[in-house]
Design a protein around this ligand. Structure first.
Ligand code: FMN
Length: 367
């Protein structure tokens, strides 16, 4: 059997990835006032022992009003930085897995209840709610309070907050930053004509709609150490007629590459309630393939990748350079071990766990 591509290394700027498996960012809605709690140490700690190449910290808000829920992690002041530092110290003591952070702002999709409590929007005059902001005063959902359209000062505040969060990330020794421009959150709201109805230099043509996300990219790239990677997560299509489409996304990715973006993580949807997503295994891989055909930087595929053979095929055929896992690795936090066993690859395991290898004890069960 040829050696699996899924377990070959890849370098992204100075980031040495030992294999092609990335843990996708996953909000846990378990922070207090933006501060990570013991939950994050448990959750991220177990994933840091999974054998994947890179652990991505969940969407971390660059301002308090950029949190999706009041339980979101933030990285916007000394208290949130200190709490994240405590979590990272705990993880790093026992794992050398590189750690990336997703920095984001939820825009008009902020101020909601935790998903397991229904996820509905919390009005600004209710406990745990606040007034949201967006490119235009267009609500995500008829049940939502309309966001306030950002003026230039408001945009500057958020752009600076992204840069400040990148500085905090660097101070915490985080290995890479991923800018969240997907899933209908603020930067995606600027990109999509359905949510961006501005008539100034930040709305209208694709060039104008890309302007703010590209400015945020530049600000983060400048604020984060030049030897460390800055990547972007995108929604390649809104899955709605008249929304952001793959052709526009490809143009955006090419601009990001010109500006020094180190990798593109290709997701989709999340912007509009009328989206029609053709859910099936690997359903976003064709979008990753289209982006990959247009750029030379690494591309990450994600979405219903659950099976080692499926993951290997995505990397081996060159549809994407890396695969990311979310629900799959929550369900089976040792998925990379099991994929390595199935495909004949190797991953690192903590010495404390080495005695669990079936090859070391399975003979005991032979009669
Ligand atoms: C619990 C949970 C939390 C998530 N939080 C984030 C997040 O913080 N940022 C993000 O970009 N995507 C987030 N996602 C989306 C995942 O990163 C991923 O793109 C999506 O679940 C598809 O991958 P999967 O089929 O492997 O789950 C989340 C998904 C889940 C299940």
């Amino acid at each position: 059997m040829p050696s699996p591509q899924l377990f070959t290394p890849l370098r992204v700027r100075n980031l040495e990835l030992k294999n092609r498996i990335v843990i996708a960012p996953m909000c846990q809605y378990s922070a207090e006032d933006g501060c990570m709690t013991d939950w994050h140490l448990i959750h991220l700690g177990q994933l840091a022992l999974s054998g994947a190449a890179l652990l991505t910290i969940e969407a971390s808000a660059v301002t308090p009003d950029g949190r999706i829920t009041y339980g979101d992690v933030g990285l916007y002041d000394d208290a949130t930085e200190k709490a994240m530092g405590r979590t990272l110290d705990g993880i790093r003591r026992w794992s050398d897995m590189p750690i990336a952070i997703q920095l984001g702002h939820a825009g008009r999709k902020a101020s909601t209840e935790r998903p397991w409590l229904g996820g509905s929007q919390i009005a600004p005059d209710h406990t745990n709610g606040w007034q949201t902001v967006a490119p235009s005063a267009v609500a995500f959902n008829p049940k939502y309070v309309a966001p306030t359209a950002l003026d230039e000062q408001g945009m500057k505040r958020i752009r600076d907050a992204f840069a400040e969060a990148a500085v905090r990330s660097a101070r915490l020794g985080i290995d890479a930053v991923q800018i969240h421009a997907a899933h209908g959150y603020l930067l995606h709201q600027f990109l999509s004509p359905l949510s961006n109805q501005r008539t100034d230099a930040y709305g209208g043509s694709l060039e104008n709609r890309m302007r703010f996300p590209l400015e945020v990219f530049d600000a983060v790239r400048q604020a984060f150490p030049s030897d460390k990677a800055v990547t972007v997560r995108i929604s390649a299509t809104d899955w709605v007629e008249g929304g952001l489409n793959i052709e526009e996304t490809v143009a955006f990715c090419q601009r990001l590459q010109e500006k020094g973006c180190d990798a593109i993580h290709v997701s989709s949807g999340g912007l509009h309630i009328e989206q029609k997503i053709p859910l099936s295994p690997s359903y976003q891989v064709p979008l990753a393939r289209a982006v990959k055909a247009a750029v030379t930087i690494p591309v990450v595929a994600v979405g219903l990748i659950t099976d080692p053979v499926q993951a290997e095929a995505i990397v081996a055929t060159g549809d994407a350079d890396l695969i990311a896992l979310a629900r799959t690795v929550l369900y089976d936090p040792r998925w990379p071990w099991h994929a390595a066993a199935a495909l004949g690859g190797q991953v690192e395991a903590a010495p404390q766990y080495l005695r669990c290898q079936p090859s070391q004890f399975k003979d005991l069960f032979k009669s």
